[in-house]
Ligand binder design. Structure first.
Ligand code: AMP
Length: 401
């Protein structure tokens, strides 16, 4: 690690500002009078850092955003239910401040005992958060003695709570355990991977993942493409794709990537097609070109599953981002499920496997295999930026070792 980490800080008796990623899904209870957390994975992922602060006798002052409120309070984006959930998980009282900055919060922090936790209300209740406004960053910094960033999921953004605030602690801004783990695993995968290395890239849009494919093509041995983005590549190669989703304005970029990646780039050789996303009963398997203009590709076919399973099975390092098809529809989920199993099985045989991106994480959870891979990344956009080889502003802002 080139940056300070939590282990480098003396936390005892200090007010430690910790930027966590508590951007969790909330659901209005059946009685419609309170919100409950429906997936606490991100809360649990932050526990090692929070526990380290409290066990060292520091005060953990937690900062996070939740959802996309438009710069003002909205109950459905309040972090209050998250404080309750964190308290239940830790079996302790977690204080919650309905204000994010200001003298009332400062007083609460002064009077709370060492070793306790305070969660501040949603930083995105302030539009100054996403504009990285210097005075908002300064107000946040006023609340603490030092700063820890443990929010990998927002590390690709330049916001006040993850970049602006760090500048106020030039010698005391460190990575938390989760951020450190993400950076080490992804960094090792890019810089010194065990080969063969396989990247499994799927999802809807090739435009989101062009930079990733370009950067990975210099590192990995195989890039396996699935999902709708495969059809932009296939069309670029002059292969008929029926009415599959294609980004026509990206055909030239796709051709360039085909050229850059050469033999490393693998495209589906067969497909599950249907007349529409809503007509799973009409699905068929098509090998080679999709001649019928009335159907679209919705999943990779069995031959492609076999080829990709074989390549993932040989991998010593595997990175997966993006589903192989419209996995939300059970009849179109076979390709994605098979890849979840292949990645889990590769892990079993000693491969380092990293899964990231909202949909691939949902897919691996759907198959109950999230504990069978080396790491489920907590960052979708941040992971893609990292895999593109780009600097993450939230990491860059931390103190150099
Ligand atoms: P992304 O956010 O780019 O990872 O894309 C994920 C979305 O891509 C999921 O909602 C999938 O349903 C969708 N998707 C995957 N394959 C296809 C396909 N062949 N046609 C249309 N949508 C797809």
């Amino acid at each position: 690690m080139q940056k300070l980490t939590i282990a480098d800080l003396d936390l005892h008796g200090k007010c430690v500002l910790v930027r966590v990623d508590f951007n969790v899904p909330l659901h209005l209870s059946d009685k419609s009078d309170y919100y409950e957390v429906t997936d606490d994975t991100r809360i649990r992922a932050a526990l090692p850092t929070i526990n380290a602060v409290t066990k060292s006798g520091g005060k953990a002052i937690l900062l996070s955003h939740l959802g996309r409120p438009k710069g003002q309070p909205e109950e459905r984006f309040s972090l209050a239910p998250v404080a309750d959930q964190l308290g239940q998980i830790l079996d302790t009282t977690v204080r919650f401040s309905s204000e994010t900055v200001g003298s009332v919060v400062a007083k609460t922090i002064r009077t709370m005992p060492n070793g306790t936790i305070l969660l501040l209300e949603n930083t995105r209740y302030f539009s100054d958060e996403i504009t990285n406004d210097p005075s908002f960053a300064s107000d946040l910094a006023d609340l603490g003695d030092m700063y820890i960033n443990d929010a990998f999921g927002t590390a690709h953004r330049s916001h006040a709570s993850n970049v602006g605030v760090a500048a106020h602690f030039p010698d005391l801004s460190a990575a938390g355990y989760l951020l450190e783990k993400e950076l080490l695993l992804l960094g090792n995968a890019l810089q010194s991977p065990s080969h063969p290395m396989v990247a499994l890239i799927g999802g809807a849009k090739v435009s989101d993942k062009m930079g990733v494919i370009a950067n990975l093509s210099a590192i990995v041995d195989h890039i396996l493409i699935g999902g709708a983005m495969a059809y932009t590549f296939l069309m670029a190669k002059g292969i008929k794709v029926g009415k599959s989703l294609v980004e026509k304005d990206r055909i030239d970029d796709a051709l360039e990537l085909i050229d850059i990646a050469g033999d490393k780039l693998h495209l589906p050789s067969d497909h599950i097609v249907s007349t529409s996303l809503d007509s799973p009963l009409e699905r068929q398997t098509v090998t080679g070109e999709i001649e019928d203009d009335n159907v679209l590709g919705v999943d990779i076919g069995p031959q492609t599953i076999a080829t990709y399973t074989d390549l993932v099975g040989q991998a010593r390092t595997c990175i997966w981002n993006g589903p192989m098809g419209v996995f939300e529809v059970p009849e179109y989920a076979a390709g994605t499920t098979a890849m979840a199993q292949a990645v889990a099985s590769a892990t079993d045989h000693g491969a380092i496997t990293i899964v990231g991106g909202g949909d691939s994480v949902a897919a691996i959870k759907q198959s109950h295999l999230q504990h069978k891979v080396t790491h489920v990344s907590t960052g979708g956009g941040a992971m893609l930026k990292f895999l593109e080889g780009k600097t993450l502003p939230g990491v860059d802002a931390l103190t150099d070792r």
